[in-house]
Design a protein around this ligand. Structure first.
Ligand code: G6P
Length: 611
């Protein structure tokens, strides 16, 4: 959560920082601020609200003074400690005026540090945990910024990506990180820090990621990095290949719809490099086929939509591999004394590769000796770096807070991993794998068909966008899809929605069904179709309106439901990938009818780097 940026160069810093922050608003957007520095000291501008408001405020200040600053740091906040307010906004300037800090993460021992600093004469004017960072660095500062930051860091517990200014050193910014993302951008006579690449892509494509507990000092001439022991280290610079357009809306009204529409292409990009003559080539570097053949159980560990991918995968992997497979919420897994050992494969799924609960879940798995493979979208992110092997989803930058294309590509990789393991365990022949792959390869074309004819979904959303409450029901894999469909709807439209295993609804929640309640029944799992039809009848008998999602000619379901959404006929392995897309669209259009802020839903953030 929270986005941080920093600039040092010859240009006016304010505009660059504001533009960069706008690209990071997906990380949090309840307040924003900038600190600029020159030989006269540090000036802070901050406000509750979005970057747009900060921009307006700054435009009404002494413009020529603001334009003169060429060094600064900025922040867009997702509040954890203290409500969104002007004073709780970052940057935090120490009371002496010597140190300004922007922070992403949580300082877990901030109350203890606050008490310590108060005992030593420091005062506090915010409710945030982050204010202790500027005060603590200030406390240790005696003219040497590196020593002050290092001494303060030793006392910090928790997670942090921090940008720092010292008024005595107005030609530099410093950056430090532990368990939170931070990249350094190398420009020509200018250098940058940012929480994510799109923030600075307009200015440079050359970046590197700061490692755990590394400290960077940036001036316009260059960047010095020290490891946690104070030793100077060099990072290999990565040249970003993807285009700045990939992080722009490209004519669509929202990133979310653009990203939904990109799904056919990114699925192809994810499959193609891993298939050769019908064979799956995952390119695992550390975990061998022999290792995989010895795996006796699998845990899929993730949060949010990535967890929902895990639940879908659990159903199809169990069917193929016939070993115990569980999908676990990372925030629970870590604290649940998991039963895992060297015969367990822990699959970690994360779009950002930085979700803190998921990262900690991965570390727990490694400590306990499990084998770990992560499925990650952001290259060289913490989870990608720390897992034994990584499979990248080639979804490109995903900006909308509600994930769509990352979910779809994660699902594809879970299929491929499943079949690869089945192959090495002798459970699927090469011919069976080739046939299964062929089903995946046809998904993009079938998806294009769905995305080219959205009228029915648009019509249904116009009928039901005023619903107070929506239930998604399904059985087996359709239940797993319901979880994601329901999450999509509630997170962007603010309509209360629940996902239920269809057989479970009558054990309590059916009491909430009344005249006109919308129930969306996902009916693609043919072995249990009769049961689903009975469940539809049960809710219809209580006055519900039912939209059935079907993938075959089925007059009985069409007869009992009020409306249908039809998925093209396809192989069983393609069904989940095709079914979720109209439900993403339904959520999108319902939210759009309601006039919601679709890409930045209230209270949410895309990258959750706090526990
Ligand atoms: C947040 C996002 C979700 C995402 C989840 C896990 O809650 O809003 O869209 O699924 O984090 O994120 P990750 O980056 O680990 O996939």
């Amino acid at each position: 959560m929270c986005g941080i940026v920093g600039y040092v160069g010859n240009k006016s810093a304010a505009g660059i920082l504001l533009d960069a922050l706008e690209k990071l608003e997906y990380r949090g957007y309840d307040s924003a601020g900038i600190a600029l520095t020159d030989k006269d000291g540090i000036s802070v501008y901050k406000t509750r609200g979005r970057i747009k408001k900060l921009r307006e405020i700054m435009e009404n200040r002494d413009q020529s003074k603001i334009d003169g600053f060429t060094v600064g740091i900025g922040h867009t906040r997702w509040a954890t400690h203290g409500e969104p307010s002007d004073s709780n906004s970052h940057p935090h300037l120490s009371k002496s005026g010597k140190v300004a800090v922007v922070h992403n993460g949580i300082i877990e021992n901030y109350l203890e540090l606050r008490a310590f600093l108060i005992d030593h004469g420091h005062t506090f004017c915010t409710e945030t945990d982050s204010e202790v960072v500027s005060e603590l660095i200030d406390y240790y500062y005696n003219g040497d910024p590196v020593s002050a930051v290092r001494r303060a860091e030793v006392q910090l517990k928790g997670s942090y990506a921090i940008g720092i200014l010292f008024s005595d050193y107005p030609w530099q910014i410093m950056a430090l990180r532990k368990d939170g993302p931070l990249i350094v951008g190398i420009g020509d006579g200018e250098n940058f820090i940012a929480s994510d690449i799109p923030a600075i892509l307009k200015h440079t494509r050359d970046i590197f990621r700061l490692g755990e507990r590394e400290l960077a000092i940036l001036t316009k001439e260059g960047v010095t990095v020290m490891d946690k022991y104070g030793e100077r280290i060099e990072h290999e610079v990565e040249h970003i290949q993807w285009d700045v357009d990939a992080a722009e809306k490209g004519g669509y009204p929202h990133f979310m719809i653009k990203e939904i529409m990109e799904q056919p292409d990114v699925i192809t990009k994810t499959i193609t490099p891993r298939v050769e003559d019908g064979r799956i080539m995952l390119g695992l570097r550390h975990i061998t086929d022999q290792d995989l053949s010895m795996i006796e159980n699998i845990k899929i560990v993730a949060c949010g939509s990535a967890y929902h991918v895990g639940v879908v995968a659990k159903y199809f992997m169990k069917k193929t591999l016939r070993i115990p497979i569980e999908a676990e919420l990372a925030s629970e897994f870590r604290y649940d004394d998991p039963i895992i050992d060297e015969h367990t494969l822990v699959i970690i799924i994360s779009q950002s590769g930085e979700t803190l609960d998921t990262l900690y879940g991965l570390r727990e798995a490694r400590i306990r000796g499990a084998r770990t493979i992560s499925i990650v979208n952001v290259v060289a992110s913490s989870i990608a770096n720390e897992s034994e092997d990584v499979l990248y989803t080639w979804a490109g930058p995903e900006i909308a807070v509600a994930t769509t294309k990352a979910y779809s590509t994660q699902l594809i990789l879970m299929h491929m991993l499943n079949w690869h393991i089945a192959g090495v365990k002798g459970l699927m022949s090469q011919e069976e794998i080739a046939a299964a792959i062929n089903e995946l390869e046809r998904i993009p074309e079938q998806l294009r068909g769905i995305l080219e004819s959205v009228e029915n979904v648009q019509y249904l959303s116009s009928l039901y966008f005023n619903s107070q409450s929506v239930f998604f029901i399904g059985r087996n894999i359709d239940y797993a899809l319901s979880l994601e469909a329901s999450l999509k709807l509630k997170e962007i439209s603010y309509i209360h929605s629940e996902a239920y295993a269809a057989g479970e609804l009558k054990h309590g929640s059916i009491s909430l069904v009344e005249d006109g309640t919308l129930v969306i029944a996902i009916c693609t799992y043919r072995p249990l179709l009769d049961k689903m039809i009975s469940n539809i009848k049960e809710v219809k008998a209580r006055g519900a309106k039912v939209i059935a999602v079907i993938n075959h000619d089925d007059s009985e379901t069409e007869r009992v439901a009020d409306h249908v959404i039809r998925i093209p006929e396809c192989g069983v392995n393609a069904v989940p990938s095709l079914t979720i897309v109209p439900l993403q669209l339904l959520a999108y259009y319902m939210a759009s009818h309601k006039g919601c802020d679709i890409d930045k839903p209230r209270n949410l953030a895309k990258s959750v780097t706090v526990e």
